[in-house]
Design a protein around this ligand. Structure first.
Ligand code: ASP
Length: 439
C-alpha cells in the first residue's frame, strides 16, 4: 500500500500546523510521497506566502526596492524552522531568489518559490528526499502539461526514492524556466505524483472534513458527503463547490486512484472519498447541491425551428465569434435558450444579438438577466422515482418560481434556473426535502 499526501496552505501555515502534518505522515508508513503547498493564512486577515511573493516580485519588476518585502517572506519561513527546531538555513536560497528577482525571472518563478521552500523544510523535517518539481514536471510550449514526459521522468525518479517530498504548484517549460499551474494548483501536482507513483490512494489534506452536501454559508451545519464519484464532483465543482482544483481529477481518474479529502485539524474524520464508481449508495437520494448566481438567458424564437437543419449551430456561432462560452442550452419546439455568464456577456450583448440575427434569422430574441442556476446532483437519482417531482413541489411550497429545468442525460443531475433573489431559498428548500425530512 502506498499513498500520496498533499497538504494545503492552511495545513502548513505555521510550525504548529507542520507538527500536525508530521504526525499525520508518520502515523502511516504508506504515506510515502508528500506534496506541500506554500504556507497559507494563519488567521483570517493573514496573507498567503504565494500572494506575498507575487507582491514582492511586482516591486522587483518595477525596479523598486523589494528587500523589506522579501525579508518578511523569509521571516515566515524562519518562524516555521525555529518552531520545528530544525538545523536548517535558507540564507543561500534567499540570496539566489533575490538575485533572480533582480534579474526579472518572472512572476511564475516568484510564486513557485513558496512551494519550493516549504518543500525543503518539509523534507528536512520528515527526513524524506527532496525532489524539485522543476526537474520532474514539464509543460509544453503552450503552457499545457506535457503528460507523457512528466509521467516518464517522474515515475523513474520516484522509484529511486523510498520516501520523497515534491513541492506543489510548479514545473518547468521546455526552455528550463519555471512555470506554475493556476492558483490552487498544488492539488494537480498531487494528482500527477499519485499517477506516476501508481499509489493506491491520493490523500488531499485541507482544513475541512471533505465535501458538504450544500454550501455552509447558506445551510447551517450541512451534512458531509462520505463518497462521491468523479462525475458527481465535476457537476458540483462546475457549479462552484470548491475544495479541490478541477484539473486535479483527470490524472488520477485515468488510473482509477481514489482521492480522499481529509482535515489536517481533525485527522480522525474519514473525510470524503472521491471514486470512479461505487456500489455504495449515498445516505440520501441526492449527493449534493451547488449553484451560482449571475446568469443571463437569451431566448430565441423562430417558427418551424425544429425542422431547420443547422439552426442551433448558427445561434451558437454568434456566441463563439464573440468568445463567449455557453453554460446550458435548453430547447423547445420553436424556441432555444442559451444560458451564459452575465459578466462575460454584458459588454458584448448587442454584438451577439446582431450576430444571431445575421446568422440564424430568428423571429425574436429576448434577454433575461439576474438568474441563478442550481445543480442537484446524485448518482442515486437515476433509480429513484419522483426526484424531480419532489424538487419542484418543494420549490413551489417555498414560493420559488422555476424559470428553467434541464435534466442532464446522465440522469445524475437536474439543473434549475431561478431568479437570483430566490437562490438561497431554493437551496434551503431542496436541502430540507432530501436531507432534513428525507422524503
Ligand atoms: N500556493 C498556491 C496558491 O496559493 C498553490 C496552492 O496552494 O495550491 O494558489
Amino acid at each position: 500500500m502506498s499513498k500520496v499526501v498533499k497538504f494545503g496552505g492552511s495545513s502548513l501555515a505555521s510550525a504548529e500546523q507542520f507538527k500536525k502534518v508530521g504526525d499525520i505522515v508518520r502515523a502511516d508508513a504508506s504515506r510515502k510521497y508528500v506534496v506541500p503547498s506554500a504556507p497559507g493564512k494563519r488567521f483570517k486577515e493573514d496573507t498567503k506566502v504565494t500572494d506575498m511573493l507575487y507582491g514582492c516580485y511586482e516591486l522587483a519588476e518595477q525596479g523598486k526596492d523589494f528587500k523589506k518585502a522579501l525579508g518578511e517572506i523569509k521571516e515566515r519561513y524562519q518562524e516555521i524552522i525555529d518552531g520545528l527546531d530544525l538545523d536548517l538555513s535558507l540564507d543561500d536560497e534567499f540570496a539566489v531568489i533575490g538575485k533572480n528577482f533582480r534579474e526579472k525571472a518572472g512572476s511564475n518563478y516568484a510564486a513557485s518559490r513558496g512551494e519550493y521552500l516549504n518543500g525543503i523544510i518539509m523534507a528536512k523535517y520528515l527526513g524524506f528526499a527532496f525532489v524539485d518539481a522543476a526537474t520532474v514536471i514539464f509543460f509544453n510550449e503552450d503552457g499545457t502539461l506535457d503528460e507523457e514526459k512528466t509521467n516518464e521522468v517522474l515515475s523513474v525518479k520516484l522509484a529511486e526514492c523510498d520516501k520523497a517530498v515534491v513541492p506543489g504548484f510548479y514545473g518547468s517549460m521546455p526552455d528550463g524556466s519555471v512555470r506554475t499551474f493556476s492558483r490552487g494548483g498544488s492539488d494537480i501536482t498531487g494528482s500527477i505524483v499519485a499517477k506516476a507513483a501508481k499509489v493506491d490512494v491520493y490523500e488531499n489534506w485541507t482544513d475541512v472534513s471533505g465535501f458538504l452536501i450544500a454550501d455552509p454559508r447558506i445551510i447551517e451545519n450541512p451534512q458531509g458527503i462520505d463518497v462521491i464519484t468523479y462525475k458527481e464532483l465535476r457537476e458540483l465543482s462546475y457549479m462552484g463547490a470548491t475544495v479541490l482544483h478541477e484539473d486535479a481529477i483527470f490524472p488520477v481518474r485515468q488510473q482509477g486512484i481514489p482521492i480522499n479529502i481529509r482535515n489536517t485539524n481533525a485527522p480522525e474524520d474519514n473525510g470524503t472519498w472521491i471514486v470512479g464508481s461505487t456500489c455504495q449508495k449515498s445516505k440520501y437520494v441526492i449527493t449534493g447541491i451547488a449553484g451560482k448566481k449571475g446568469f443571463c438567458s437569451i431566448n430565441i424564437e423562430k417558427d418551424m425551428m425544429n425542422s431547420e437543419i443547422g439552426f442551433g449551430r448558427k445561434v451558437l456561432q454568434a456566441f463563439e465569434e464573440n468568445g463567449i462560452s455557453f453554460e446550458h442550452v435548453p430547447s423547445g419546439i420553436d424556441t432555444m435558450t442559451v444560458f451564459v455568464h452575465q459578466d462575460e456577456f454584458m459588454h458584448k450583448e448587442q454584438k451577439v444579438v446582431a450576430g444571431i440575427h445575421r446568422l440564424a434569422k430568428p423571429d425574436s430574441i429576448e434577454i433575461e438577466s439576474d438568474l441563478a442556476l442550481i445543480a442537484v446532483v446524485g448518482r442515486g437519482m437515476k433509480s429513484t422515482r419522483g426526484t424531480a417531482g419532489r424538487i419542484f413541489s418543494a420549490l413551489a411550497h417555498a414560493n420559488v418560481n422555476v424559470r428553467m429545468i434541464d435534466q442532464g442525460s446522465s440522469e445524475q443531475n437536474i439543473i434549475i434556473g431561478v431568479a437570483n433573489e430566490d437562490f438561497e431559498t431554493a437551496i434551503r428548500a431542496i436541502y430540507d426535502i432530501f436531507v432534513i425530512t428525507r422524503l
